[in-house]
Design a protein around this ligand. Structure first.
Ligand SMILES: *Cc1c(COP(=O)(O)O)cnc(C)c1O
Length: 391
């Protein structure tokens, strides 16, 4: 049996007619750049997430970069984030000239831990690494660095603890940005992912919960001011007139053809999110008697978008190899936390600085998760994992 990790083909077969119809319409009208489908999609997504504005863009990475640019973040600024995420989250901070400061995660949800965040903010303000590990450049006699923002990540689809984070942001005058690249369609306290903090970002990379047939992303905000900035940054910092440039920006537009594809996918999206809940429940129940496995904790007021189904396991390498032999693909998110990546070596973080992220990185793995995973196939996966630990 050859099982796909994410089955995009099954979804395509279901929505094929609509996808083709939508793409053909774009081919006919020929407005490939910021065509009507982009604005239509922005309207659909605004209503879905419940914010005042949605600005579609070229990728999740660009959504984050545009958010930092719109927040005026630059040289010497400090942005707090988690080391247990995809590289892009921290990459954009450094690309803006700001300093990423890593804050360790909660051992159960794998999301940024608000108590650690408070310590990290204090350590920066007092320039004191004995309070919390901070980059080497922030020393007693160094110049002033300014804490400006937090990027919280909804890891694997589980929203970060926004109630606590919003309070910390408010108390410390920090902008709060939500990296909802993995949580689109998820909920926290009956509000949709990407609606939290000042700006929410998501990705339409094909493997994400709402994936296109290429790169894409979106930014969400309630602020009129941010929305105007983001629209300008998306097209080279342009003003009212096409040839007037008010600021430096990017070429970060979403292709019209991708918008057309995503409009077709939105029609089945809620159903797919519901299916993901069923698949997750089946894994949770099916694997609950295996003592060697711990599941990502989803708090009661959160509905995960289940971009991934991740478990902490004993003997990870052996288990992955065993499953591979049985035709079951697995993946590891994330093998190495960002504070230990070579690209961030210059920050001066050391092994042991983010204990929980380091431990989780050593034991975590993802098993196949998508809305079209059949019960029989899932039971086979569960059965194989059970066999591995009871052989
Ligand atoms: C995928 C992802 C991104 C980047 O999105 P792209 O569309 O691939 O640029 C950023 N953050 C997280 C947490 C992601 O999972």
């Amino acid at each position: 049996m050859e099982i796909p990790f994410i089955d995009l083909k099954a979804q395509y077969l279901r929505i094929e007619a609509k996808v083709k119809e939508n793409i053909f319409r774009v081919l006919e009208h020929g407005k490939f750049i910021l065509g009507p489908e982009v604005y239509e999609l922005e309207e659909v997504l605004t209503n879905y997430v419940g914010t005042n504005h949605c600005i579609c863009c070229s990728s999740g990475t660009d959504a984050l970069l545009m958010s930092l640019m719109a927040s005026g973040i630059g040289n010497g600024d400090i942005v707090f984030t988690t080391p247990f995420t995809f590289f892009a989250t921290a990459e954009v901070i450094a690309l803006c000239g700001a300093i990423p400061i890593f804050v360790d995660i909660d051992p159960h949800t794998f999301n940024i831990d608000p108590e650690n965040l408070k310590k990290a903010i204090l350590a920066v303000k007092q320039k004191d690494p004995t309070i919390y590990p901070i980059p080497d450049v922030i020393k007693k006699d160094s110049k002033e660095y300014y804490p400006k923002a937090i990027i919280a990540v909804d890891i694997f689809g589980v929203c970060a603890p926004y109630k606590e984070l919003e309070k910390i942001a408010q108390d410390n005058n920090l902008i709060l940005i939500e990296d909802g690249a993995q949580s689109f369609g998820g909920e926290y306290h009956f509000n949709k992912a990407c609606s939290f903090g000042d700006i929410g970002c998501t990705s339409f990379f094909p493997a994400k919960p709402l994936g296109g047939y290429g790169d894409g992303g979106a930014v969400f905000t309630n602020s009129e001011k941010y929305a105007r900035m983001l629209k300008s940054i998306r097209v080279h910092g342009q003003g009212e007139d096409k040839y007037e440039n008010l600021r430096l920006g990017l070429n970060a537009r979403l292709d019209t053809i991708q918008a057309a594809v995503l409009l077709a996918k939105m029609e089945v999206f809620d159903e797919e999110i519901a299916k993901r809940q069923e698949v997750a429940k089946r894994y949770r129940n099916g694997l609950k008697d295996i003592a060697e496995i711990k599941h990502q904790y989803v708090p009661g007021d959160i509905q995960s978008a289940f971009a991934q189904y991740c478990i902490l396991v004993k003997n990870r390498n052996e288990l992955c190899e065993f499953l591979k032999q049985k035709g079951i693909p697995t993946a590891i998110y994330y093998k190495k936390p960002l504070h230990l990546q070579k690209a961030f070596e210059y920050l001066g973080y050391r092994q042991g600085d983010m204990e929980v992220s380091e431990r989780v990185s050593e034991n975590i793995m993802a098993i196949p998760m998508h809305p079209y995973l059949e019960k029989e196939v899932q039971d086979y996966i569960i059965d194989c994992i059970y066999k591995f630990y009871n052989q």
